[in-house]
Design a binder for this molecule. Sequence first.
Ligand code: EPZ
Length: 433
Amino acid sequence: MDRYLIKGGKPLYGEVEISGAKNAAVAIIPAALLVDGVCRLENVPRISDVSLLLNILEQMGATIRRVNRSTIDIDCSQARQTGVPSELMRKIRASYYLIGAALGRFGHAEVSMPGGCDLGARPIDQHIKGFNALGAKVEVEAGMVYAKAPDGLTGNAVYLDVVSVGATMNIMMAAVLAKGKTTIENAAREPHIVDLANFLNSMGADVRGAGTNVIRVYGTGQLTGGAYSIIPDQIEAGTYMAAVAAVGGEVLVKNVIPKHLECITSKLQEMGVTVKDLGEAVLVKRDGPLHRTNIKTMPYPGFPTDMQPQIGIALCLAQGTSIITESIWDNRYRYLDELKKMGVTVQVDGKTAVIEGVTGLTGAPVSCCDLRAGAALVIAGLAAQGETIVEQIHYIERGYEDLVEKMQGLGADIDYLLAPVEPDHTSNLRAIS
Ligand code: EPZ
């Protein structure tokens, strides 16, 4: 597996351009299945989760045309719900969106249970509750989800037991072509949910209230295509902001929506980081000591769980003791075990992590266990004295476009370390035989 080699201790200076939002793109691309025509998507991030989903759509008969570096045309008018190789769908969490999209378009779906980062239990009972409410019969058997609505879907009221990003978006997708009105209560409010609703409406749907906890979907007969530009990635932007906090320096983070970053900005300002809102960019600066603070991850507009590992690194370098409460996932502290190799002092008890700030970190070989933990380990390597080798970087490349190149643009000493070529022992065997 390829790795990153990082020589840390250099503050970050310069400008970084944020790409399209991963968690919007991985919902909008499957949603193209609902459209009987061409969807032109702009600001699509070049990440492996997007490539995988485009590959899956092609296997279902869609035509994909790359217009330029970040613009893609998707035509699903000839797509069919065929058996997509389950090993492809099991690679990412977002494959579950194929259920809602295929159910909405074809009236049935056969999709493998999703994969994705190991953050603890990741059930889809709320997704299934929504599909049942719309009149679908859903069975889960041998790792596959079979959903059928032979008479089509009919709008209904759905009250989510938990605030779920995936369930909110999946039910929205299934509802846009259903007969009548669907109401999703206790809906998630993340920026990517608003982005999906805006995409669907630009294709001819009628979704109202996205971004609030009550979303109403008025079923329309057909979605006929159009163009849409994906919002900038709130979490990628936050990751670079947390990197400046941990490593020091001054960086202009461009192509952002500052409103989406408010929860991150306010926490960084509590820690002594300067963040200036410049309209479509934020200027982030840290040249003094970092102050401790407490973090509790919450659904949007609270502090995002997907920023927990990255801000955790900055807290490791803050003066004093900080407490993190991870209220969304059961198992999102594994990165701290890797950080202990770099000199971090932390105690984890269930959903709580108590971090004693240290004056510095020491580079070490570390291994990623999920996407955001991987980004956090890169930040730790950039802040540490000495060399850090980050392994299992495929996790990072699922969700961060050109991370190495963007960090190099900020003066970071980071580069790919290609896996050593294993000596070819078979030649000896051939010689023997
Ligand atoms: C999405 O995951 C994101 N992934 C995650 O980001 C993110 O951490 C999460 O939302 C929360 O913001 C994508 O968008 C592809 P949930 P999702 O449904 O949809 C429970 C990243 O790093 N729940 O909002 O799987 C669940 O167990 C990734 O980009 C149920 O109980 O998250 C969790 O405790 C990691 N039943 C809580 O709800 C369900 O049917 C929130 O989960 C669904 C969820």
